[in-house]
Structure formats: C-alpha cells, structure tokens
Ligand binder design. Structure first.
Ligand code: NAP
Length: 303
C-alpha cells in the first residue's frame, strides 16, 4: 500500500492572495505532498500553483510526482452531495484526480447553500444533518470506483469511529488525519490506527497558531534544544515527529504562508535529535488541543 510522503505541506489559513506563491515555493523546494480542503476557501489559488508548476517544463515536476489530498466538507455528507463537492474541488485544483480524499470531520452539517459552510440556527447553534457516516463512506467508495480519487480516508476520527468504519467499509480508510504535536501526542489513537493498517497524517504538527502566536515555539524545552543545535524550534518539533513515528505510514503537513519558512521547515528532514532530546520533548505533553470542535461549533467530539 502506498502512503503519502512523510513530509507534506498544509494550506489552512493561507489567504488566497498568498497561497499560490507558498505552494509554488513548496513544490520547487522539494515538498511532494500538498494538503488542501474545500473549507479552506483557497483551492482555486492552490490550483493556480499546480498549473504554474506542472505546465512549466523547467520545474521538472509532473502531476504524478505529487501527492494531493483534499477533504469533503461537513455540509456535503449526503451521498448525492459527495461527488458534487469532489468535482468542485477537482475543478478548483485544476486536476483530473486526487490521490486522497478525506471525510474532514465525522460531523454532518445541514446543506443550505454552497457558500454557507457553517450553518447555524437563530440561537447560533450549528445545524446538524441526519445522514450517517456509513452512507457518506459508501459515496466516498464510489469516487474510487469512478477513478476520481485514488484513495479515501478520514480525519478527526476517534477510536470508536475507526472500529465502526472497519465493520462496514468495502475500501479501508488509507489514513486518519488527526492533530498531533508534542503538546497533544495522541499516542493511543496513533498506535491503534497503525495496528489496524491505517496510516496517520499529523495536522497542526508544530502546534498550529493561536491568535497569530506560535505557542509551541515559546516552550522552554523546545527552544533550548533549538538554541543548542542552531536550528529553529519548528524544525525541532517536525524532526521529533519523524523520529518518534519512524514509519512510512506516518506523515506530517506543516503549513506556512511565508516562503522563507516553507524552505526552513523542509530542512527538518536533515535534523537528527538525540535520545535525550526526544525524551525531553516527550515530557512536555499537556493535552492542549488547537483544533477544538467544542470551541468552533459547541460539539464535544473529543472532550
Ligand atoms: P502548523 O502547520 O502546526 O502551524 C502553522 C503556523 O505556524 C502558521 O501560523 C505559520 O505562520 C507558523 N509557522 C510555520 N512555520 C514557521 C516557522 N518556521 N517559524 C515560525 N512560524 C512558523 O498548523 P496548521 O496550519 O494548523 O496545520 C498544518 C496543516 O494541517 C493545515 O495547514 C491543514 O492543511 C492541516 N489541518 C487539517 C485539519 C483537519 O481537521 N484535518 C485541522 C488543522 C490543520 P505563517 O503561515 O504566517 O508562516
């Protein structure tokens, strides 16, 4: 089974005006895996980067050299809507196929219009839809049959949901994309998925950002190791992932809209942490989740 490359590139919160340059920089730097999503509202501009690079013979990069993932948004869980969003994503990204298409969240939201991605009632509660994850998965499987996507997977699935999908799937999820960083190591879920042959994509691998601040870079342990090695705290954290889960089934998708950081983060592949450094970073865990559906939508998926 082929999994995505170990180091990928994220595009969430990359404004449409800058994402094209960021993705082009990523591809020309050596990243061969780009993580996208309909809800990031920048797939059209990401697609412009793909077009620019794949149509430029001097880049030496062809479509088939790059792993491209996108995701089904919560308002498109109804089986008849699954293909509609997949086709929209393909059109925006200017692609004939996706390498991987994920159910973004195990949370079906009501569809009201193509632009209302977070439907709420008059009391500001998110409007859920009554469509089962099994029905959505069946429609995802059809996309593979039709050749629109090579693989399908899930994101933000808890262990009980993984157990459930394994009971009914015809095509097993290739990966579960979940939040992982030193402050939220998620060891039990990762181990469970890997044992079941489901790969892991670690999102917010550097701890993400909160109100514009990168919190993990302010951690003393990480900063001290970075200072000693003469590298950035972000490179330390990314190298920690790759050493801790040294498997082709585990990959990371750091994001930056800043070209110099895009290049800097790629250099994590050259960083080797000592056992003592790994132990020290393993010790900073504090169960701090950056992507919290209870904060976003008042839905206690994890807590
Ligand atoms: P992240 O990659 O851990 O962190 C991104 C933040 O770090 C941005 O604010 C970025 O700022 C900053 N940054 C990046 N490199 C840096 C460096 N070298 N020095 C200082 N700051 C740096 O967090 P993320 O974007 O939340 O997660 C990564 C990707 O995972 C997303 O882009 C998305 O593709 C995916 N994701 C998926 C889900 C899901 O539900 N499946 C949820 C969250 C994320 P600048 O951009 O300003 O440089």
């Amino acid at each position: 089974m082929q999994y995505p490359p170990r180091l990928g590139f994220g595009t969430w919160q990359a404004p449409p005006t800058v994402v094209q340059k960021a993705v082009e920089t990523a591809l020309r730097t050596g990243y061969r895996y780009i993580d996208c999503a309909h809800v990031y509202e920048n797939e059209n501009e990401v697609g412009q980067a793909f077009e620019a690079v794949f149509n430029d013979p001097s880049s030496g990069i062809k479509r088939e050299d790059v792993w491209i993932t996108s995701k089904l948004w919560n308002t498109y869980h109804r089986p008849e809507k699954v293909k509609e969003q997949c086709l929209k994503t393909l059109k925006d990204l200017k692609l004939k196929y996706l390498d991987l298409f994920l159910i973004h969240w195990p949370l079906p939201f009501a569809f009201r219009s193509g632009t209302d991605l977070f439907p709420r009632d008059e009391n500001k509660n998110i409007l859920l839809d009554n469509v089962s994850l099994q029905d959505t998965w069946r429609a995802m499987e059809k996309l593979v049959d039709e050749g629109l996507v090579k693989h399908i997977g899930v994101s933000n699935y808890t262990v009980p949901l993984i157990v459930d999908i394994l009971s009914y799937c015809r095509i097993k999820p290739l990966v579960n994309q979940i939040e992982v960083h030193p402050w939220l190591p998620n060891d039990a879920t990762i181990k469970f998925c890997l044992e079941k042959g489901i790969g892991i994509t670690a999102y917010s691998p550097m701890g993400g950002s909160y109100e514009g601040r990168m919190l993990i870079s302010e951690d003393e342990t990480v900063s001290e190791i970075a200072r000693k090695k003469g590298i950035s705290p972000q490179q330390v954290v990314l190298a920690w992932h790759l050493k801790k889960w040294d498997s082709p089934m585990y990959n990371i998708i750091p994001k930056s809209s800043t070209p110099s950081r895009v290049v800097e983060n790629f250099e994590c592949l050259k960083v080797d942490l000592t056992d003592e450094e790994m132990k020290a970073i393993n010790g900073i865990t504090k169960h701090m989740r950056m992507c919290s559906p209870i904060i976003f939508w008042g839905i206690p998926l994890f807590d």
